[in-house]
Design a protein around this ligand. Structure first.
Ligand SMILES: Cc1ncc(COP(=O)(O)O)c(C=O)c1O
Length: 418
């Protein structure tokens, strides 16, 4: 996963080696324990991790599964989305969000994102519900597909939560299930005006899905995921789905899946979870330093926006540049790794040609996809490395504030609550 470098002072986009070397003793102890007990599937290591992760997310239950994609799929199925239903989500996300919807037998339909946070726009959701849906026999029907709309999946992209109060209010009004895609947002927080307190990612929807893919803020040493819920019977359903539809060995109530988490991965995640708050704090510090330096150097990139109701955990630090390809090439030559998350919005992917969307359907997502670039972001990034990234960005884009100012004016109206 770590980017290979040729230049001596190169800066990887992501360094996965250093944290594992730092924790080598702790992590190898887990492996040794698993070998000595031969407890490879289920058992106390999985249960301990589930308890600890639920406590971290302020939920009553977490159910460990084999990936974030499975977590989403099981959450969708267990929450009562029926085959053929429409599930609303955003086009600016990783394809796993919509894969899980399709694999649960449902149909994804999209609403555009907010231009500053890149998360689901509550205004666009409202517009979709008011204009693109109709009521038939008490059911909400999508005019586009003629199918029943049953759920909405906001994605907490890049480590920042979507505007959940507004989304939950609309969902309640229209009778929709809310499932959070929190795969990039371990530990992110949202200030709910309705509840008058900070809420953790994964604790606000009927269920939420997390990925522990190695590069995530909390990553396994392999594939892993979890569902969080605040409902014991829903937790039981998800446990059955991950384990061939059985609650008791060889008594299968439904057809399920092989979606369990290995005990070794659970043990490794339990050990790493203890370090997550510190790692997230480091990511937030890096983001603040990037912001400060871009501001003070007047570098012509559009920085990430963190509304006052958000405490983001910066899974990714994403800026926008008019000549994105030029900037990436310049940084590559300087030995600095970058990424694009994601270059093609889902409604324009070949895999979704059958959904019949076209260019221009979701202009905010399309514009973002053309301009975004993710800069190096990981807890162990040094101040010196971070400063060099900013310097190289400034060398390429020039120290003019023009683009930033234009963006600020354009975006000023989008921030309703900050
Ligand atoms: C937003 C989002 N949803 C879902 C997933 C799927 O997680 P996994 O790769 O663990 O299946 C990911 C992981 O990359 C993701 O970023």
């Amino acid at each position: 996963m770590s980017v290979s470098h040729t230049l001596p002072n190169s800066i990887p986009f992501l360094d996965l080696v250093t944290p594992h070397v730092e924790l080598e003793q702790e992590l190898t102890d887990v492996f040794r324990q698993a070998l000595h007990t031969a407890g490879f599937i289920g058992g106390p290591m999985v249960e301990e991790f589930e308890k600890a992760f639920a406590a971290f997310c302020n939920t009553s239950h977490s159910i460990a599964v084999s990936s974030g994609t499975d977590a989403l799929r099981f959450a969708i199925m267990a929450c009562g989305v029926e085959p053929g239903d429409v599930v609303i989500t955003v086009p600016h996300t990783f394809i796993a969000t919509t894969e899980a919807i399709s694999q649960a037998g449902a149909l994804p339909e999209f609403v555009d994102v907010d231009e500053r946070t890149y998360n689901m726009s509550p205004e666009k959701l409202q517009e979709f519900l008011e204009k693109n849906c109709t009521r038939k026999d008490g059911k909400l029907i999508s005019r586009r597909s003629g199918r029943k709309v049953s759920a909405v999946i906001p994605v907490h992209l890049y480590g920042q939560m979507a505007d959940m109060d507004a989304i939950l209010r609309l969902a309640q009004q229209y009778g929709l299930i809310v499932i959070e895609d929190a795969c990039q947002a371990h530990g992110a927080e949202y200030f709910s005006k309705k509840l008058n307190r900070w809420m953790k990612a994964g604790s606000m929807g009927r269920a939420a899905a997390f990925s522990f893919y190695p590069g995530k803020n909390l990553g396994a040493c392999g594939e892993a995921g979890a569902v969080t819920v605040n409902d014991a019977s829903l937790a039981d359903k998800i446990k059955m789905l991950r384990d061939h539809g059985q609650a008791r060995k060889y008594y299968h109530d439904v057809e399920g899946y092989n979606g369990r988490l290995d005990a070794i991965q659970a043990g490794l995640l339990r050990a790493k979870l203890g370090h997550l708050p510190r790692w997230n704090t480091q990511r937030r510090k890096h983001a603040a330093e990037y912001n400060r330096l871009f501001e003070s150097t007047g570098t012509a990139v559009c920085q990430p926006h963190e509304p006052s109701w958000s405490r983001a955990v910066y899974h990714l630090y994403v800026v926008r540049a008019q000549d994105r390809e030029g900037l990436m090439n310049h940084l590559k030559k300087a030995g600095i790794g970058t990424g694009i998350h994601y270059p093609i919005p889902l409604h324009l992917q070949k895999a979704y040609a059958h959904l019949d969307y076209k260019q221009g359907d979701f202009p905010v997502a399309e514009k973002a996809a053309a301009e975004i670039v993710s800069l190096p972001m990981f807890p162990q990034l040094t101040e010196e490395q971070l400063h060099r990234v900013v310097e190289e960005v400034a060398v390429f884009t020039g120290g003019t504030r023009k683009h930033i100012e234009t963006e600020k004016v354009a975006f000023a109206t989008a921030d309703r609550r900050a």
